[in-house]
Unconditional design. Structure first.
Ligand code: COA
Length: 265
């Protein structure tokens, strides 16, 4: 195993390369691996470099602690919501989404515990997903007065159907790992303690497959133009929602550990 060199953008994303597999590990367990701007930047940097790195044949995304990731950091959301959206330019979250959506090599995910928001939607850009039976997936964008991102308004609907996807987006429905595997969001649901080893084994096996054939297969399976256009549409709506009084109430409520009161805005 080798430690990756490069700018230490954050301590909360660990990286290593073994047998052609670049492991990217969320390591902010005390905050349920919620993703900060620096973590998005690190993820995007690693993926960008992995794209042209002949030592990397497959990427494996996984976590330390008891969550995969609780999604976007709520304090970052609150700051963005309070600031001038137009002036801020494309965020590192946007960069990460665009990078993972366009990534040409296979991506494997090992999911244990909570996968919220981008924690779920990034799985739609992975090629193999090994999940814990008791994992909990959710995409509660409307709970936060936001809209879906990472082309999930296209990809989740395509994967699980409109009514199921709507219930997840609008009602915050939580899906366990068993259901995720049945609905086509994961390859298989297994015991939580086996996920890391199984996902690594799956990634290592993929790394032995013919590289060009794998990449061409992935390319053929994904409509990158449609995905890219959907991301742009979502981003416009997301930015507008993020700056809304509804969203500010949702972020304030999270910080104050109380339910949001949308009736007052
Ligand atoms: N951003 C920032 N901090 C987060 C976070 C997030 N998305 N999710 C959890 N945390 C923090 C909590 O504030 C808490 O910090 P504290 O100990 O300093 O108070 C710590 O992580 C543990 O979270 P807690 O809520 O106590 O754990 P839990 O097991 O009861 O619940 C979750 C876990 C993931 C269900 C819950 O934290 C949650 O709903 N988080 C928000 C998820 C979300 O809406 N993400 C955005 C999606 S678009």
């Amino acid at each position: 195993m080798t430690n990756r060199t490069g700018p230490p953008v954050t301590n909360h994303i660990l990286s290593d390369i073994t047998d052609g597999v670049l492991g990217l590990t969320f390591d902010r367990a005390e905050k349920k691996n919620a993703i900060t701007d620096g973590m998005y930047e690190a993820l995007a940097e690693h993926l960008d470099r992995a794209q042209g790195d002949p030592d990397v044949r497959v990427v494996l995304i996984r976590s330390r602690g008891d969550a995969f990731t609780a999604g976007n950091d709520m304090a970052s959301f609150a700051r963005q919501s309070a600031g001038p959206v137009e002036a801020s330019g494309p965020s590192n979250a946007t960069r990460f989404i665009r990078t993972i959506a366009g990534f040409e090599k296979p991506i494997v995910a090992g999911v244990r515990g909570r996968a919220v928001g981008i924690g779920l939607t990034m799985l739609l850009h992975c090629d193999l997903v090994i999940i814990a039976r008791d994992a909990k997936l959710s995409a509660p964008f409307v709970n936060l007065a936001l809209v879906p991102e990472a082309a999930s308004s296209l990809l989740l609907v395509a994967r699980i159907g409109h009514v199921r996807a709507f219930s997840m987006f609008a009602g915050g429905e939580v899906l366990d790992g068993e259901a995720a595997a049945q609905w086509g969001l994961a390859n298989r649901a297994i015991a939580s303690e086996e996920v890391d080893a199984e996902a690594l084994a799956a990634a290592r096996l993929l790394a032995t497959r013919p590289r060009q054939s794998l990449m061409a297969t992935k390319r053929l399976m994904r409509d990158h133009t449609a995905i890219s256009e959907q991301i742009a549409l979502e981003m416009r709506e997301f930015s507008a929602r993020l700056a809304s009084p509804e969203a500010r109430e949702a972020f304030q409520a999270f910080a104050e550990r109380r339910p949001p009161d949308f009736a007052k805005v």
